[in-house]
Design a protein around this ligand. Structure first.
Ligand SMILES: Nc1ncnc2c1ncn2[C@@H]1O[C@H](COP(=O)(O)OP(=O)(O)O)[C@@H](O)[C@H]1O
Ligand SMILES: [Mg+2]
Length: 305
């Protein structure tokens, strides 16, 4: 079985670990830089070329698309799909989860508990927006931020107005979100593979910080996720169509709230904090799903007259 990992950097911890585990499962594994891919649709054979060679068929493709190349990366993933290859995660699911507003819209539609959130471009409705998110302080988030960058806490209407003006001048849409005061400074990261949480950690923000991202100095420790949280994480991934997901949850008075879902979650922090072999779980999931697809396809082919 031959698989491809789409990643800009072969030397990242996650990519090194995935290749290691692929080898152990007898999977042939190529790492392809999405920005090296040229996508061709010309009315004959759709194809992807890199340095003039056409890419072969892969039984499965694992996209690890960073926020800096979302648009191009999604076109690359889509091209693999139109050529009949199996992608895990798929381009639609990655796009839906990458945009923080769209992600919360989809989760809210499915009746999952999410923080009150407003997306707005007018400055006139600011007071109504603050009310809708239960008053000041509020959290502001750029739509495609990661690792805590682009997440801000704002305490006064004056600073809210001026920060919004600045971000709009920079062509950045932002969401205004309820500050979950009772759970602040701490969150849960649930790592979902297939329909299971394979590892979970609690992250506690560094002193003087409200964002509990590991990249912002938070400390992670392994925990057994409470059942309710586990169910919410699995449902969130499922609704978005993600087979591999990092689901962030916060504790609130109403129960666990899903605050975001990552489609290319890193796992250096969580593998180390929980001593779980996540790379192996991911590769096993890919192998099993690709195998099932192959079997179904062969069956269909052989049943054709
Ligand atoms: N509504 C909120 N209330 C309180 N803290 C929040 C809220 N949203 C996010 N945070 C904190 O900020 C961190 C980063 O937010 P998140 O939405 O996960 O963005 P990122 O994609 O940058 O990780 C979270 O891990 C959490 O600690
Ligand atoms: Mg996060």
């Amino acid at each position: 079985m031959r698989i491809a990992i789409l990643s800009r950097n072969k030397n990242l911890y996650s990519i090194r670990r995935l290749r290691q585990e692929a080898r152990k499962l007898n999977l042939e594994c190529d790492v392809i830089d999405p920005l090296d891919c040229q996508l061709v649709i010309d009315g004959t054979q759709n194809r992807i070329t890199t340095h003039s060679a056409t890419l072969p068929y892969y039984d499965a493709v694992l996209p690890r698309i960073g926020a800096s190349i979302t648009e191009y990366g999604l076109s690359v993933v889509k091209q693999f799909e139109i050529q009949g290859m199996f992608t895990i995660n798929g381009s639609q699911a990655i796009a839906d989860s990458r945009d923080k507003m769209r992600c919360l819209q989809i989760l809210s539609e499915a009746k999952l508990l999410v923080p009150s959130t407003v997306l707005t471009r007018t400055t006139r409705g600011l007071r109504a927006a603050i009310e809708a998110v239960k008053g000041l302080p509020v959290v502001l988030k750029v739509l495609q931020g990661t690792q805590g960058v682009g997440v801000m806490l704002v305490h006064t209407p004056i600073s809210l107005g001026s920060v919004l003006d600045t971000l709009r001048t920079l062509n950045q849409d932002v969401i205004i979100q309820q500050f979950i005061v009772e759970g602040a400074g701490r969150d849960y990261r649930a790592f979902v593979v297939g329909n299971k949480v394979v590892a979970a950690m609690m992250r506690t923000a560094a002193q003087g910080e409200f964002r509990s991202n590991i990249h912002r100095g938070a400390a992670g420790e392994m925990i057994q996720l409470p059942k309710q949280h586990e169910k919410a994480a699995i449902r969130a991934a499922k609704i978005l169509g993600l087979q591999i997901a990092g689901v962030d949850l916060m504790e609130s008075h109403q129960g666990p709230m899903v605050i975001e879902v990552n489609s290319s979650p890193g796992f250096e922090g969580i593998e180390k904090a929980t001593e779980t072999n996540i790379a192996r779980q991911i590769m096993k999931q890919i192998k099993a799903t690709a195998q099932a697809r192959k079997t179904a396809r062969n069956k269909k082919r052989s049943s054709k007259p």
